[in-house]
Design a binder for this molecule. Structure first.
Ligand code: HEM
Length: 384
């Protein structure tokens, strides 16, 4: 696809698919011609729809400048000691064993605890909070169902429909319960502010007005959806990729200063967010093809990051690549707000993992399951 049809129209889906690095980046940079499909609050089914990620400039700019106060380099750097402590607490539980599932026991709880603490979620509610977060994130799997798959028989389609329905029901239930839970926390923080993100968001002002409850809810839910499974998958993918390239793992043990480069290369090599969706705001040409106003455009970040025109030998994990402007965190106005946090979490997690265990190996003959965002769901390792 990347080579022969870098900009491709799928007639059955009635959607455009964009694969090449050049065109993926140009579409994401052009928010005037390729805005997010955005609905006003009164028409939105879920607060997530009107959250930062669903807004277009100028509303997006105002909202982003407000919430980005919590994500300044200094604010993120200040989280460093606590992230390290959490990583150590999780690894301490594994020191007396010689095997663990590194995704379930480390990569998965770490970002959830970090976000829960940033928001100010009490410790005793964390497991429930994690479950809601999972049920919401798992709805991303819906995007991968293709009911028009010609090869699928009637039975297959019926099974898929039933599965879709189960996911939607879980999503709705989780969203409702999480909404009620957040509202209770908002009320508590209004009465008695604390030193947490929710208290900051409640007092913050955009354009001389405070955020509505719907907007507050949207942003808090967005952090869960955008920040948890993605970071878990980044960690899982780093461990998986270093197992594939043991010489890189050995290099990093001797040169921990190169860890940040390795993290960026894994972001490129095994991108966590497969694709993003936009809608054409005007008739516009991309790569010699005419995209009509109103048509849906899917940009494939994973494909862009494997484009040999931008990344020679893309199938190699090469931590010394020059000018690694990968697409894993998106591009343009919606560039990932949490990128510095994800990078810091991954850096600390890997430093601690290397410090705790000297010989990390994936258990042989394990059948890996992929989760809704193409991350690895289970990664049993042995270590000494
Ligand atoms: C946006 C990827 C971690 C919060 C995005 C976008 C991508 C992305 C591709 C762009 C979406 C678009 O253009 O439609 C990732 C990856 C991560 C990660 C690969 C981890 C490896 C995080 C974390 C947080 C976070 C840890 C916060 C705690 C956000 C937010 C946005 C966003 C709030 C919306 C920004 C906006 O619309 O202005 N992320 N993300 N992300 N991400 Fe991340």
């Amino acid at each position: 696809m990347l080579e022969n049809n870098p900009v491709y129209y799928h007639p059955k889906q009635k959607k455009w698919h964009i694969f090449s690095y050049e065109h993926v980046m140009s579409v994401l940079a052009d928010y005037m011609n390729f805005p997010q499909l955005s609905r006003p609050e009164e028409k939105a089914i879920s607060p997530l729809e009107t959250s930062l990620i669903g807004l277009n400039p100028p509303n997006h700019r105002q909202m982003r400048s407000l919430v980005s106060k919590a994500f300044t380099p200094k604010a993120i750097q200040d989280l460093q000691p606590r992230i390290r402590e959490i990583a150590r607490e999780l690894l301490d539980r594994a020191v007396n064993k010689n095997e663990m599932d590194i995704v379930k026991e480390f990569a998965y709880p770490l970002p959830v605890i970090v976000i829960a603490e940033m928001l100010g979620i009490p410790k005793e509610d964390r497991d429930q909070f994690k479950q809601w977060s999972d049920d919401i994130v798992n709805s991303a799997e819906l995007g991968s169902f293709d009911m028009n798959d010609e090869k699928a028989g009637f039975g297959d389609k019926a099974k898929r429909l039933a599965k879709q329905l189960r996911i939607v029901q879980k999503f709705r239930k989780a969203e409702k319960e999480l909404g009620a839970y957040f509202k209770k926390i908002f009320e508590e923080r209004r009465k008695q502010p604390k030193d947490d993100l929710i208290s900051q968001l409640i007092k913050a002002e955009v354009d001389g007005r405070q955020l509505t409850e719907f907007e507050l809810l949207g942003f808090c839910s967005l952090l869960l959806v955008a920040g948890n499974e993605t970071t878990t998958n980044l960690l899982g993918n780093i461990i998986f990729s270093l197992n594939q390239f043991p010489e890189t793992a050995a290099h990093l043990r001797n040169h921990p200063e190169d860890m940040r480069k390795a993290i960026e290369e894994v972001l490129r090599y095994r991108s966590m967010v497969r694709s993003l969706e936009r809608v054409a705001g005007n008739d516009i040409e991309v790569g010699g093809q005419l995209i009509k106003k109103g048509q849906t455009v899917i940009v494939w970040l994973g494909a862009a990051n494997q484009d040999p025109a931008k990344f020679p030998n893309p199938e190699m994990l090469d931590i010394h690549r020059d000018n690694l402007q990968h697409a894993a965190f998106g591009h343009g106005v919606h560039f990932c707000l949490g990128a510095p946090l994800a990078r810091l979490e991954a850096d600390i997690a890997m430093q601690e993992l290397f410090a705790y265990f000297s010989d990390i190996r994936l258990k042989p003959d394990v059948e890996y399951r992929l989760n809704a965002l193409d991350g690895i769901e289970n990664l049993p390792i042995t270590y000494t």
